[in-house]
Design a binder for this molecule. Structure first.
Ligand code: HEM
Length: 498
């Protein structure tokens, strides 16, 4: 027996270690066997600590890792002590579809604190009442009339883009890096609709300084969210974010304010009688310069990067599937005699183009991560999920699930035509669904249809990056997809001089 007098510092340290060890052991036993989520399968490390989730999220391979864990563990996987990932059509609609059908916050799956990224804006605001107000105010910019008005802007930049592809590519002799070129185009379109002035990226054939900040700035913001959940990562932050990305975020924020101020000064009617993103609110005096800056940043990123990512994937898949490229060329060139016949309406009738777009969005969804929500205490696909548990349902996994898709890894535009292969098309949700689903969906389809139809009409494509591996393996997911270089020769088949 030890007497008090004989207790040494070593004894104290030993006792402290033993107590901590017992506590940790007790906690592990609780988390693995007694916790309300203990019955759900998943990697043991994920159940024990947020570290597994942080690794998955910051690895650049998050989408593929989630695909693998669902293949291994099934439809419901515990990916953190207090988080479940689902992967079924039923769970997708249980989680994201709910919000649309309920008028009060109660019973809804609301966005989690992961979305707390500075001033609350349309895609990050968590309070459902504030969100509904913001969405209603912005919805004018996405009405059917606004969309018709916006088509002129889209057409103007697409036509310039087609000319630039001919010029820069010396009529097909030189390869063009398509992922960057698509960014010029989609950022110019959205920049014009948001700020009333182009970034001039297509005209200058150069990524605008403001846009160049976005990728690193977004990665930086997301890593800060991961650090909030796993504070120890602060010590290795420099390995998780590109150098200087914190400063880039500041520059980007400042530039947004400058552009927003200019937009306010331009007044409501940028193009008389035609809607842009903010004219309606400026006219009614319901938006301030700071709010324009915040919303514009979101709209520009949400509306450009996504569409450019879809176009890059579509181009890759067409080049890797020559029979599909020939089929889409046949459809477009058979339907139109001149470029100016290609409009939002006329392109909407192109079934194969529709299939090509949907298939690109299915195989390479531009929003690649699961969208986290808090369970209100509800049943998801037959499983009761206690209140406060974080849930996601990855679209990436669902869109490659053989239960829903015939030959899921294959690019088959024809699956979207008529009965197709009898796939369950609800299993591809690139725009999400419900009250937090994409507000710009119709604008995105308008752009994609016009751009795909026009470039297929105007050019034969030739892949210069011949050694590129599988597109999704080459892309890295850091909130946004960092895409590989995709060098393409665009051979003009019609005159694009005028
Ligand atoms: C292919 C193109 C696009 C894809 C795949 C896409 C996808 C998505 C997805 C998945 C969400 C839900 C995000 C979440 O829950 O966290 C979303 C939200 C949103 N998107 Fe898109 N998007 C695209 C284009 C656009 C365009 C062109 C705009 C307009 C400029 C836009 C504006 C928005 C807005 C404002 C939200 C937030 C909606 C809300 O929370 O009420 N998106 N988008």
């Amino acid at each position: 027996m030890l007497s008090i007098a004989s207790i040494t510092p070593l004894h104290v340290v030993g006792a402290a270690i033993a107590t901590s060890g017992l506590y940790l052991l007790g906690r592990c036993i609780y988390i693995l066997y007694l916790h309300p989520l203990a019955k759900f399968p998943g990697p043991k490390l994920a159940a024990l600590s947020d570290a597994w989730w942080a690794w998955m999220f910051t690895s650049g391979r998050g989408a593929q890792i989630m695909l693998d864990v669902h293949r291994k563990y099934g439809d419901v996987v515990r990916i953190a002590p207090n988080e479940l990932s689902f992967s079924s059509v039923q769970s997708y609609f249980d989680i994201y579809g709910h919000a649309g059908s309920k008028s009060r916050a109660e019973g809804r799956f609301l966005k989690t604190e992961f979305y707390d990224l500075g001033a609350p804006r349309i895609n990050t605001v968590r309070d459902p009442v504030v969100h509904a107000r913001q969405r209603k105010a912005l919805s004018h910019a996405f009405s059917a009339k606004a969309l018709r008005d916006q088509e002129d802007v889209v057409q103007q930049y697409v036509d310039l883009f087609v000319k630039q592809l001919t010029r820069l590519g010396s009529a097909g002799k030189k390869a063009i890096e398509a992922t960057e070129a698509y960014n010029w185009l989609t950022f110019d379109i959205i920049g014009d609709l948001a700020f009333g002035e182009s970034f001039n990226a297509v005209a200058d054939a150069k990524t605008h300084f403001w846009i160049a900040q976005i990728f690193d700035a977004t990665q930086y913001m997301l890593v800060q969210q991961v650090i909030k959940r796993v504070p120890l990562l602060k010590y290795v932050e420099s390995f998780l974010v590109p150098k200087g990305s914190g400063e880039k975020l500041q520059i980007h924020t400042q530039l947004s304010h400058d552009k927003a101020l200019k937009r306010m000064q331009l007044g409501p009617d940028l193009r008389p009688g035609k809607e842009d993103f903010f004219g309606h609110m400026i006219r009614k005096g319901t938006i301030t310069e700071t709010e324009i800056a915040a919303q514009a940043r979101v709209l520009i990123l949400a509306g450009s990067e996504t569409t450019a990512t879809a176009l890059s994937a579509i181009t890759y898949y067409l080049l890797r599937n020559p029979a599909c490229l020939a089929e889409v060329q046949k459809e477009v060139r058979g339907r139109f005699k001149a470029m100016d016949e290609i409009t939002g309406d006329s392109a909407a009738g192109l079934k194969y183009v529709h299939g090509v777009i949907e298939e690109g969005l299915r195989l390479s969804p531009p929003v690649g991560s699961g969208l986290p929500r808090h369970s209100p205490g509800a049943v998801v696909d037959g499983h009761y999920v206690p209140a406060g548990v974080i849930v996601t349902n990855g679209n990436y996994e669902m869109a490659r699930d053989p239960r829903y898709w015939h030959d899921p890894e294959a690019f088959r535009p024809e699956r979207w035509i008529g009965e197709g292969y009898h796939d369950d098309k609800r299993a591809s949700q690139p725009f999400s669904t419900g009250s937090r689903g994409c507000l710009g969906l119709n604008l995105a389809y308008l752009e994609l249809r016009i751009i795909v139809a026009k470039i297929v009409f105007a050019f034969d494509f030739e892949l210069e990056s011949k050694h590129l591996g599988d597109w999704n393996d080459e892309c890295k997911l850091y909130a946004l997809w960092r895409k590989p270089k995709l060098f393409v020769k665009f051979h003009p088949v019609v005159s694009t001089a005028n």
